[in-house]
Design a binder for this molecule. Structure first.
Ligand code: ZN
Length: 300
């Protein structure tokens, strides 16, 4: 086991992965104000929306508007989910620093999520990746269900590697590996990283945990021992997954920050500003978010 990293970079995916699964409509103005709060919290990367067909994800149907109205902090990378060339066109118009393409390591989850087989998904993503790179954008390849699939059960690391190879061949800059249903345990993280780190440097790998079974913090700890220092999270633990029944939200940014501060790992994030942004969206959603750290502060 290696030692822990001295710096960890968290990507706040709450405005996308979080809100896409919340039933309460957040107005464009509230989204913009909230993203602006996140932009000044020290977070270095924010996924601000998704340019999928608005009919598929009504909660994010104002992606173009949001992209045009947020105040850009030059120290922050603003990315968005982009499913196809049409989505990329809108995203470029609204302004992005990074484009995230997505697919699943599980055939069935890929079918349910994007209505295509894995084989048929590659050419679609390839076009987006090539065009986004030509436009000078950073491209991240999200791979869902890299550990467990709600339909197929355990996914073998070799299957994940095959998808990684295809996306890297198409030109993605890095890979975000998703525990979409939040059921993985640390040994699964070890098995996947043991394989992938033989092929890719740690700089290329991001881990994306949902916290359905409360394992995300243990899994992050495990990944950090492999040198992984980039993680996706949502403030307060917002979210879920519409195509993964029973899945809970992402690991809470606040909880990860509590862990990292306790371990003496630098993130550059101002905890107070992060909490304010968490309380802001919690009030707008009119519900208590799952983050333990956020709840603790609220009751303190
Ligand atoms: Zn997710």
């Amino acid at each position: 086991m290696r030692s822990l990293p001295s710096y960890v970079q968290l990507k706040e995916v709450g405005p996308r992965d979080g809100l896409q699964n919340e039933k309460t409509w957040i107005t464009t103005e509230d989204k913009v104000n909230w993203i602006n709060m996140l932009s000044t919290s020290g977070i270095k990367e924010i996924e601000y929306s998704s340019f999928v067909n608005p009919k598929m994800i009504p909660a994010l149907s104002d992606a173009r508007e949001v992209g045009k109205r947020i105040i850009r902090n030059p120290d922050v990378t603003y990315s968005a989910l982009v499913p196809n060339l049409k989505g990329l066109e809108y995203a470029l118009e609204a302004g992005i620093d990074g484009a995230s393409v997505f697919m699943s390591a599980s055939e069935t989850h890929n079918q349910k999520n994007i209505n295509k087989s894995i084989q048929d998904t590659y050419p679609v993503l390839d076009k987006v990746i090539v065009e986004a790179k030509q436009a000078g954008k950073h491209v991240t390849g999200y791979i869902s269900t890299v550990f467990d699939c709600p339909y197929e059960g355990k996914i073998a690391p070799e299957r994940v590697l095959r998808v990684c190879e295809k996306l890297i061949d198409s030109g993605v800059d890095d890979l975000s590996l998703g525990d979409t249903i939040g059921t993985a345990v640390p040994t699964q993280i070890e098995q996947l990283l043991e394989l992938l780190l033989q092929h890719y440097p740690k700089e290329k790998l991001i881990l994306h945990f949902h916290d359905t079974r409360g394992m995300a913090i243990a899994n992050i700890m495990t990944a950090m021992h492999y040198g992984i220092y980039r993680f996706d999270s949502t403030i307060g633990g917002l979210g879920g997954c519409p195509y993964a029944p029973g899945a809970a939200g992402n690991v809470a940014t606040n909880d990860v920050l509590y862990l990292l501060e306790g371990l003496g790992i630098n993130t550059g994030i101002d905890e107070k500003k992060l909490q304010e942004a968490g309380v802001f969206i919690q009030n707008k959603l009119d519900k208590t978010l799952p983050s333990r750290s956020l709840a603790y502060l609220k009751n303190a």
